[in-house]
Design a binder for this molecule. Structure first.
Ligand code: ATR
Length: 287
């Protein structure tokens, strides 16, 4: 742990629950690696206390904050400025405090994009299949549309997929389809697709035997990205590897969103590898 001084700058994360966050481990490891006088703490903030927490952030001069479930949407009206991309997505996960002026950003979706690009996958012109239509799917679908991919969104509840597709269509022109999550529709959607992204909670601990995609539909020519990181290798990724497909797990997205937040708060290049190792260690300690 880095030593606290009278000049230490404070960052943190607000959410409810917050006990299982890996962000303090990632950011404190990065501060230490760079030898900069910052520290990062978790704060459990109940929904009815969110307004007070944001006022407290200003009063205490906390320089940067991550925002997680359930506050990513509710925090928006409490901030002075919202980054345009975060505004379109309707979700903020990072606040930067510049002399009491709070700006909200979304680094979750750009973190996803960075994770893809770091594997030399450029979405422009690609056909990408997104499974799920919740909060995570929304950010990912918006950033993929912004990056020029065509999208097929499949969700267990068709109306949510349609709603998300129509929100995206307000801003972006490219090919966009919404379908119910069924084996027949998956087969159609995966025909000619370059990337498959799972944003659903199917496969998260303790439901590790669930997968949103039957193994028989996975082929070697598709890249499978599961944003779940607990477990790191979901059943979907295991079956994708067995089918000969390239895979990306949720840890890289988690680390990249942290990297992008860190760089906004400190103005320094974040040490990706240090943060990834810290996140892996924190994940192991959770077990
Ligand atoms: P998040 O913000 O993490 O995306 P969410 O908004 O609760 O969470 O969305 C969860 C997503 O996972 C939804 O798309 C949900 O499908 P429904 O809209 O039909 O509820 C999807 N999901 C959860 N469990 C699932 C399962 N067992 N099979 C398929 N989809 C599932």
């Amino acid at each position: 742990m880095n030593s606290i001084t009278g000049k230490t700058k404070l960052c943190g994360i607000i959410g409810d629950p917050i006990e299982h966050t890996m962000s303090p481990a990632m950011h404190n490891a990065a501060f230490e690696a760079l030898g900069i006088d910052y520290t990062y703490l978790p704060f459990r903030v109940r929904p009815e206390e969110l307004k007070n927490a944001i006022a407290g952030l200003k009063a205490l001069g906390i320089v940067g904050l991550n925002v997680t479930i359930p506050h990513k949407v509710a925090v928006i009206p409490l901030l002075e400025r919202i980054d345009p991309l975060a505004g379109k997505m309707g979700a903020v996960n990072t606040i930067v405090n510049e002399g009491g002026l709070l700006t909200g950003y979304n680094t979750d979706a750009p973190g996803f994009l960075q994770a893809l690009r770091s594997k030399a996958i450029e979405p422009r012109g690609k056909k990408i299949v997104v499974i799920g239509a919740g909060g995570a799917a929304k950010g990912i679908s918006f950033i993929l549309a912004e990056a020029g991919a065509s999208l097929v969104i499949l969700n267990r509840t068709l109306s949510r997929a349609e709603e998300l597709a129509s929100q995206i269509a307000q801003f972006y022109q490219q090919d966009l389809k919404a379908m119910a999550l069924s084996e027949a529709n998956l087969k159609k959607a995966l025909d000619g697709a370059d990337v498959l992204v799972n944003t659903t909670s199917a496969g998260i601990v303790p439901d590790v035997d669930l997968t949103p995609v039957p193994a028989g539909l996975l082929k070697p020519d598709i890249i499978v990205f599961d944003i779940v990181y607990n477990p790191l290798e979901t059943r979907l990724l295991r079956e994708a590897k067995a089918a000969g497909a390239r895979t990306i797990d949720g840890l890289d997205m988690l680390v990249w969103q942290g990297v992008l937040a860190f760089e906004k708060w400190t103005g320094r290049k974040a040490p990706f590898d240090v943060m990834k190792q810290a996140a892996i260690k924190a994940l192991q300690n959770e077990k």
